[in-house]
Design a protein around this ligand. Structure first.
Ligand SMILES: [Zn+2]
Length: 140
């Protein structure tokens, strides 16, 4: 009985670990899908804007459509989608244990202090390092 109890515990531990990993991968896949959907939606909005502008160009001006207001509405939708993509991108980076260089926007490892792409110093992450440096400075 003991042996099977242990086996059961081990199996549930392995299962827990796998489930965590799987849910992470699933979340990543879902985020990527959402980002793609939002990007596609933005492309559609661009096309809509173009259409509206062209229609306005060929239409009878007596229809008196406030084209600026129409375009403004589309732009607001695009802004919102961009914000959502930005949020999704940030969550994706966190899931992958990566961060983004504020200078060149390339994806880098969390513990990098300099960007391997542009060489920019990663200041926002130096809290822990700074403490260490101070300690060193105090030692004479
Ligand atoms: Zn960089």
């Amino acid at each position: 009985m003991d042996f099977f109890d242990k086996l059961g515990k081990q199996a549930s531990k392995t299962y827990e670990y796998t489930a965590k990993k799987t849910s992470k991968i699933a979340r990543e896949a879902k985020l990527k899908m959402q980002m793609n959907e939002h990007k596609n939606k933005i492309e559609e909005l661009y096309i809509e804007i173009g259409k509206k502008l062209y229609e306005h160009h060929i239409n009878d001006k007596s229809l008196d459509i406030d084209i600026d207001a129409v375009l403004e509405e589309y732009c607001i939708q695009i802004d919102e989608l961009c914000d959502r993509i930005e949020e999704e991108r940030k969550e994706l980076l966190t899931l992958k244990d990566k961060k983004q260089c504020p200078n060149c926007f390339c994806e880098i490892e969390l513990d990098y202090h300099y960007c391997p792409n542009c060489g920019d110093e990663q200041k926002e992450d130096l809290g822990y390092e700074e403490e260490n440096q101070q300690d060193e400075a105090n030692v004479e």
